[in-house]
Design a protein around this ligand. Structure first.
Ligand SMILES: [Zn+2]
Length: 81
């Protein structure tokens, strides 16, 4: 059946693949709605260069080291920050 479909309409396989990918992406957003903060790379303590033991939290993520993934924000999935 799939072979017939592919013979008649090869694009159907491509779109089937895209649909599967999107389904997996949305499932992944549900399971893992967070990603590393792009500024501090998941290490939200910004240490000084002279007083190396002093630090401040990363301004972008507010010291959490994480940010919501793009798809989460676009689709409104999961918990808000
Ligand atoms: Zn950060």
């Amino acid at each position: 059946m799939l072979g017939q479909l592919a013979a008649q309409n090869p694009e159907a396989l491509v779109w089937g693949g895209v649909a599967l990918y999107l389904l997996g992406y949305v499932a992944s957003l549900w399971l893992h709605p967070w990603t590393r903060c792009g500024v501090c790379k998941g290490n939200p303590r910004r240490y000084g260069s002279i007083f190396t033991r002093a630090w401040r939290p990363c301004g972008r993520c507010g010291g959490t080291g994480r940010k919501t993934r793009l798809g989460v924000r676009v689709l409104g999935i999961g918990r808000e920050r």
